[in-house]
Design a protein around this ligand. Structure first.
Ligand code: SD4
Length: 334
């Protein structure tokens, strides 16, 4: 199936879901063409697995179901995260995201595939499905990152439609904030919901996607870790993958997701690697007391792990048809 074809045919609000359904049908048709015994063996194994940050049960289930039908890891991750990009109640991802301090909703996203290819878009306005757009950057351009207006214009050329990302609810909250604006971006221990997702498909291949509207009331033009390959997301199909959520500046300073994959390469479990990446931050000084960071990771064997600075972080894991919400262990016990 040519992605260009389905993007041309999608509606204003349904890029991701229409994309998702098209990919599912495609996988079903392909499955029919494949040998049945291969599919039966694989569905009985530990794979596929989908994990994502926070309690995004629907998003993770969508990805898991897609994987179970034979969709490859990257497309499944994009199907999953598009659920949150289109969820107006999620105020830190996609449409309905909290704006910057000037009232513009600007989105960041990246994807990384099992073959080591990646794509990202930063500071994009008016486009809801930015993870899918990041994939388009990867597959349809010679580049890895497109920013702002360039990314938006590329999106229109690819068939994405213009959308107003600032909902009435987000606008009201922003107007309230404007009455006594704090210059500091609002980020605290409880308030994070970027979605980062890692999928391990029936073939044992790993890929991921990460998408966010970034920090609430950030400075105009601010970009966090989420679209930065190695920080918000990193995948090495020989080893595993990791994604981050939380205070992006601190994740970037320690190249957190790349670090986790490298630690797994040297033999650490996903759990230990996530712990070590958090300790790199908490060992520096005590500023960690004022912000949250959390990582999740998966290795090639399908083992998963997570760790956060503070209490309260959870992640979803879909495996063998079961979609669980797992409470992460954390560093700051006081
Ligand atoms: C950022 N890491 O832009 C993102 C914010 C986040 O849940 O994760 N929010 O820094």
């Amino acid at each position: 199936m040519k992605r260009r074809h389905f993007i041309k045919n999608v509606s204003l609000t349904g890029v991701g879901l229409v994309a998702g359904n098209a990919m599912l049908n495609c996988a079903e048709n392909n499955s029919e063409k494949n040998e049945n015994e291969t599919i039966m063996t694989k569905t009985n194994s530990k794979f596929p697995i989908a994990i994502c940050t926070w309690g995004f049960a629907n998003a993770n289930a969508k990805a898991g179901e897609a994987l179970s039908k034979g969709v490859k890891a990257l497309d499944a991750a994009i199907i999953g995260v598009s659920v949150e990009e289109e969820n107006l109640k999620n105020t830190t991802v996609g449409k309905g995201g909290t704006p910057d301090r000037e009232g513009n909703v600007t989105l960041d996203a990246c994807v990384m595939d099992s073959n080591g290819d990646c794509g990202a878009v930063v500071c994009v306005e008016n486009i809801t499905n930015v993870a899918l757009l990041a994939k388009q950057v990867m597959t349809e351009t010679p580049h890895v990152i497109l920013a702002s207006k360039g990314a938006e214009e590329f999106a229109y050329r690819q068939g994405f439609e213009k959308d107003n990302l600032l909902t009435e609810d987000s606008k009201k909250v922003w107007e309230e904030w404007l009455k006594s604006p704090e210059y500091k971006p609002l980020i605290n221990i409880e308030n994070h919901d970027t979605i980062g997702m890692l999928c391990l498909d029936n073939d044992g291949d790993i890929a991921g996607a990460c998408t966010t509207s970034g920090l609430s009331y950030k400075m105009k033009g601010r970009v966090g870790d989420s679209p930065i390959i190695g920080s918000g997301l990193f995948v090495d199909n020989e080893i595993g993958g990791a994604v981050a959520t939380g205070m992006g500046e601190e994740v970037i300073k320690t190249v957190g997701s790349f670090l986790i994959v490298e630690l797994m390469r040297s033999g650490m479990s996903p759990q230990k690697a996530c712990e070590e990446a958090v300790h790199r931050i908490t060992n520096k000084n005590d500023k960690y007391k004022g912000f949250q960071i959390a990582y999740i990771a998966i290795n090639k064997a399908g083992d998963t792990g997570s760790y956060s600075i503070h209490k309260g972080f959870t992640y979803m894991r879909y495996q063998n048809g079961k979609n669980e919400n797992i409470h992460s262990s954390y560093f700051n016990k006081i």
